[in-house]
Design a protein around this ligand. Structure first.
Ligand code: GLN
Length: 476
């Protein structure tokens, strides 16, 4: 069976019409994983038994002529920061190498209730900290478009799995760009919903005020379908919002004519690669030709976004990661004599370099005497960044930017220079800080044939508009 370029609709109708079975689809994708993943490294764990049991359930429904749920039989992968009952969940860390969660992440259980077949858990930067997937404690992921390049991060395994046809869709998480940037590097669609739109219950916390779960897919419509499946209030996450979830798919087809799209000069400055600039400008022209009005805007606090993000994210991480003490579910060092030695050695052996760096930075920023100067100040700048967007959205319906200043870089190119890795997050961290939704949609390739992403940012809880713009662009 040819698994290339399948979409959710194609999967569901071919099962409903009995051209194939969910079981055959799962097996075909496992065969593809066997063939491709040796060199790509997108998966950390496969959960065959769970997948085949679910596929069997779907096939019985099809056999009995029951109407199938919306994403019936959909082969999907889950970033390994989302808990899966009975299936090892590592967060890309030695610390959780043996961790088997006793419960499911809400986003995962909603997908399975809607018929999805989870094939496995995907590789990522340790605790989602990184932009290249090189911070995985297990092995790096290679970009399917060029095996010498990174797939982006931290949801690099999810993006690569979709790009290499090993699954039809995947879930990722985005704290500072980790869905959108790997989507752009791997040539797929990546959607970060509004903060609060999708429950974080069962997501291993990195920075709780910035963490989001969202889909990586081949098409904008597929992203709309997955978002509709996982969105909505969850009593298990008090920050999940009680905001009605629209029919995202129905909204896709509404016209974009006369829509106002902002272009901020701060997103086209120094450091933006020429090929990326040209591709994004061409995409903007295309949207103009579709009848959108392109409006120049300014987001003046953008230059402060990176330091603000790396203070808040590290501060929250230092607090969240305090729980890995070797006492409960994480790695415990052997041969220690005292309790404090056990804490120290367990954390030393369990965490990798980048995670330690962040815990130290964040602990420093939160410590007495420095809290006001760093953490509190960063929170104030965060408010200013959010206001920039609020003001812009009084004039425009959505904002167009590059997703990342460059296309995929080479493995090892930035791994010894954390600062240059951090700086490349410039176009994505702002939406996380403001809590607004953003989508990355493929918009051409560089001279080296590497994918480029167009980012579309929207108002709080207005994923419909950015999906609609992305869909119109994709169809054109
Ligand atoms: N690259 C950013 C970081 O390293 C974003 C990570 C993320 O979104 N999880 O923190």
């Amino acid at each position: 069976m040819n698994v290339a370029s399948l979409t959710i609709d194609a999967v569901r109708s071919s099962i409903q019409e009995r051209h194939t079975t969910a079981l055959a689809l799962a097996e075909a994708h496992y065969a593809r994983i066997k063939e491709r993943d040796g060199e790509i490294g997108a998966f950390l764990t496969l959960c065959r038994d769970r997948a085949l049991a679910q596929a069997d359930r779907i096939d019985r429904m099809a056999e009995e002529g029951e109407p199938l749920p919306p994403i019936a039989g959909l082969p999907i992968a889950i970033k390994d920061v989302m808990s899966t009952r009975g299936v090892r969940t590592t967060a890309g860390s030695k610390m959780l190498e043996q961790y088997i969660p006793p419960y499911d992440c809400t986003a995962v259980s909603r997908l399975e209730s809607a018929g999805a077949v989870v094939l496995g858990k995907t590789n990522c930067d340790e605790f989602a900290m990184g932009s290249s997937n090189e911070n995985s404690a297990f092995h790096p992921v290679r970009n399917p478009h060029d095996l010498n390049r990174v797939p982006g991060g931290s949801s690099g395994g999810s993006a690569a799995a979709v790009a290499a046809d090993m699954v039809v869709a995947a879930l990722g998480s985005d704290t500072g760009g980790s869905i959108r940037q790997p989507a752009s590097f791997c040539g797929v669609v990546g959607l970060m919903p509004t903060y609060g739109r999708v429950s974080r219950y069962g997501l291993i916390a990195f920075a709780s005020s910035l963490d989001h779960i969202g889909p990586l897919t081949r098409t904008v419509k597929d992203a709309a379908i997955i978002l509709g499946t996982i969105a909505g209030r969850d009593p298990m996450d008090s920050t999940s919002a009680e905001v009605p979830v629209p029919d995202y798919v129905a909204e896709l087809e509404k016209p974009v004519r006369a829509m106002k799209l902002g272009v901020a000069k701060e997103y086209f400055g120094e450091g933006l690669n020429d090929d990326v600039r040209q591709a994004v400008e061409a995409a903007i022209d295309k949207l103009r030709n579709l009848g959108c009005e392109i409006v120049p805007i300014s987001l003046p606090h953008t230059p402060y976004a990176i330091p603000t993000y790396y203070l808040i994210a590290t501060a929250e991480a230092s607090s969240n990661l305090a729980r890995y003490d070797g006492v409960r579910y994480s790695l415990r060092a052997r041969g220690v004599k005292t309790l404090s030695e056990m804490y120290r050695r367990s954390r030393d052996e369990g965490f990798g370099t980048e995670v330690k760096r962040r815990i130290m930075l964040g602990t420093y920023a939160l410590s007495a005497g420095y809290y006001d100067a760093y953490y509190l100040k960063a929170q104030k700048v965060r408010t200013l960044l959010t206001r920039d967007f609020d003001e812009a959205f009084q004039r425009v319906d959505a904002i167009l930017t590059p997703t990342s200043p460059t296309a995929a870089f080479r493995l090892g190119e930035k791994s010894n220079d954390p600062l240059s890795m951090y700086l490349a997050d410039i176009y994505t961290v702002t939406a996380d800080l403001a809590g607004i939704p953003g989508i990355s949609v493929p918009c051409g390739k560089t001279k080296e044939k590497l994918p480029i992403g167009l980012q579309i940012l929207g108002k709080h809880f207005d994923e419909s508009t950015i999906l609609r713009v992305a869909h119109a662009y994709e169809q054109a």
